[in-house]
Design a protein around this ligand. Structure first.
Ligand SMILES: Cc1cc2nc3c(=O)[nH]c(=O)nc-3n(C[C@H](O)[C@H](O)[C@H](O)COP(=O)(O)O)c2cc1C
Length: 148
């Protein structure tokens, strides 16, 4: 069965986010995502957001279209949009991971992704094999965490 859709994007925060501002994004995300079966992960590091959204396709797309229009960030670039059998973060209506808590190998995948985002044509990123190698390794590194 592959009835789960996963969408991953990166974006640039318009201004530095305080912990209180991040908390309010997360509170709204959890309130909206949970009832429609959307789970995922949000990371904020160095002015950039990295977010994974997983769930029924129409729910993921509805949430993402609101996120895309959010004035708190810009340059929203989709890195992956595909159907999948398994949620990487089944237990998190929107988990937040502090970038400082990432292991060096996890950070390395994010740094490599950000280089690819800086270098490649945005339109081709979500079909780039190099992007998916780093994404799969990064998501896989959370398995023990995410309880799957
Ligand atoms: C980086 C970022 C991530 C967000 N993630 C979510 C999310 O996962 N789910 C969600 O409903 N809103 C999310 N939002 C907020 C939406 O952009 C939007 O403000 C919200 O969906 C509006 O919900 P409301 O109509 O209940 O106030 C996010 C915003 C930002 C800036």
């Amino acid at each position: 069965m592959s009835d789960i859709h996963r969408l991953i994007y990166v974006s640039a925060a318009r201004e530095e986010m305080t912990p209180a501002q991040l908390d309010s994004v997360l509170a709204v995300a959890r309130k909206n995502n949970e009832p429609i079966g959307v789970t995922g992960l949000l990371l904020f590091h160095d002015g950039s957001f990295f977010q994974v959204l997983e769930g029924p396709k129409n729910a993921v797309m509805r949430i993402f279209s609101a996120i895309e229009r959010d004035p708190r960030h810009s340059r929203v670039i989709v890195l992956q949009t595909k159907s999948t059998d398994t949620r990487a973060f089944p237990n998190w209506s929107m988990g937040y991971v502090n970038a400082h808590a990432l292991r060096p190998d996890q950070k390395a995948h994010l740094v490599d992704l950000s280089h690819l985002v800086g270098r490649d044509e945005q339109a081709t990123l979500s079909s780039s094999p190099a992007v998916s190698v780093h994404i799969n390794a990064f998501l896989g590194s959370f398995r023990e965490f995410a309880d799957i």
